[in-house]
Design a protein around this ligand. Structure first.
Ligand code: ADP
Length: 328
C-alpha cells in the first residue's frame, strides 16, 4: 500500500504501529535517540527517524511528505507538538484538527459536553461556597498534578486563569473508549479502563490515623491503566453519550469528531454517569487491549486494538478512494 503510517515514539505508538503492520501498512516512527533501542526491540517500525525533541517534526516535514506518511495523533503528540503547530502541519494527519482546539480549552470542552446534553459536574465561580466537595484544576496541569480538593464550606476566592473549580463527584472513575467510523457512519465501543494514579491510589494504602499525621498532597498523575468491563445495563447510556458527543461536534465545529476518542466519567452509587472530560484522539488506556477487548472481540471475532481499528479505517477508505475525507 502506498501509504506509510507514522507517529511519534511515546504514549500509544507501539499499539498504533503494531495495528498498522497487521493491516499491511509500512510504518515509520519518529522518536528521540534515547528511545530508539526500546522501539527497535519491538520490531514494529519499518523505519525510525530521530529528532532531538518532538516538536522538530516540523523540520522534517518534507521528508515525511516524500514518504507518503499519514500521521496518527495521540496524547503525547498533541502535548509535545501543540494544537497550534498541529494546525500548521502539512503532513496529512488522521482525524479532525478542529476538535483538538476544543479539547485544549476547558471552556470549549464544557460547552461541548453541555451541548451534548450529558450530565456534567457543577462548576463553581469565584465567591461561591463549596457545597460538598470540589476539585480545583489548574491550567496545563499535566495528568492531574497539583489538583486541589476543596472541602465543604470553602470560599472560592480566586480561580486561576484557564483553571476550573468543579464539584468533585464521589463515585468510581471510568474512561470509555470509542471509535466513530466516518466511512461507515457508525459508533463502536472499543474498551474501558480506569487509571492508576499516584498518589490518589496510594493514599488509601496508608491507615487513616497515619494519613492525618503525614504531609501528602493528593495528585492524580497517571502511571498506568487498568482494564474494566462495565455492568452491561450501563452500556446503552454509555453508547448514547458517545453518539451525542459526535453529533454535537459536527454541529459545533467545521469538521467534527471521528476516529478514536474517549469520554471520562465518574459513576455514582445512584448509577448516574457524570462526564467531566473528552479526549479527542486515542488514549493510553487502550494500550492494554493490543489483543482486542471483550467488546471488540464480540464485534470482530479477531483481535482488534484501537490502533488496528485506525489502520482498518484507513485501509477501507483507501479501497473506496475516499481517504482524503479522513485526512487533514
Ligand atoms: P487529565 O487532564 O489528566 O485528564 P483529569 O481532568 O482527567 O486530568 O483529572 C484527573 C483525575 O482527577 C481523574 O482521573 C479523576 O480521578 C479525578 N477527577 C477529575 N475531575 C473529577 C471530578 N469532577 N470528580 C471526581 N473526580 C475527578
Amino acid at each position: 500500500m502506498d501509504v506509510t503510517i507514522g507517529t511519534i515514539g511515546s504514549h500509544s505508538a507501539l499499539q498504533i504501529l503494531h495495528g498498522a503492520k497487521l493491516e499491511g501498512f509500512r510504518t515509520l516512527l519518529i522518536t528521540t535517540p534515547n528511545r530508539v533501542k526500546l522501539y527497535k526491540s519491538f520490531n514494529i517500525a519499518d523505519e525510525i527517524l530521530t529528532v532531538n525533541s518532538f516538536n522538530e517534526i516540523l523540520d522534517i516535514e518534507e521528508e515525511l511528505l516524500e514518504k507518503n506518511v499519514v500521521l496518527i495523533p495521540h496524547g503525547s503528540f498533541v502535548e509535545y507538538i501543540g494544537s497550534e503547530n498541529i494546525k500548521k502541519l502539512k503532513v496529512p494527519m488522521f482525524g479532525s484538527k478542529d476538535v483538538l482546539e476544543w479539547e485544549s480549552s476547558r471552556e470549549k470542552m464544557e460547552k461541548w459536553l453541555r451541548e451534548s446534553g450529558l450530565k456534567t459536574p457543577r462548576t463553581y465561580k469565584e465567591g461561591d461556597l463549596v457545597e460538598n466537595l470540589a476539585i480545583m484544576k489548574f491550567p496545563g496541569a499535566k495528568g492531574g498534578r497539583g489538583y486541589k480538593l476543596l472541602p465543604k464550606g470553602t470560599l472560592i476566592e480566586k480561580i486561576p486563569k484557564d483553571g476550573i473549580v468543579q464539584e468533585y463527584v464521589v463515585g468510581v472513575p471510568m474512561y470509555f473508549h470509542y471509535f466513530y467510523s466516518l466511512v461507515n457512519k457508525e459508533l463502536e465501543i472499543m474498551s474501558i479502563d480506569r487509571r492508576y494514579e499516584t498518589n490518589a491510589d496510594a493514599i488509601p494504602r496508608i491507615p487513616a490515623d497515619i494519613q492525618r499525621s503525614i504531609n501528602v498532597d493528593i495528585s492524580y498523575v497517571v502511571v498506568g491503566n487498568i482494564p474494566i468491563v462495565v455492568r452491561e445495563s450501563l452500556l446503552p447510556e454509555i453508547f448514547e453519550a458517545g453518539e451525542r458527543i459526535v453529533e454535537a461536534s459536527w454541529r459545533l465545529m467545521k469538521k467534527g469528531l471521528y476516529g478514536p476518542f474517549c469520554l471520562e466519567a465518574v459513576i455514582t452509587p445512584e448509577m448516574d454517569i457524570v462526564f467531566f472530560e473528552i479526549s479527542t484522539r486515542i488514549v493510553a488506556g487502550t494500550n492494554f487491549y493490543i489483543n482486542g477487548s471483550p467488546y471488540t472481540w464480540i464485534k470482530y471475532n479477531k483481535p482488534v486494538s484501537t490502533g488496528r481499528r485506525i489502520a482498518m479505517e484507513i485501509k477501507e477508505a483507501l479501497s473506496k478512494g475516499i481517504l482524503d475525507n479522513l485526512l487533514n
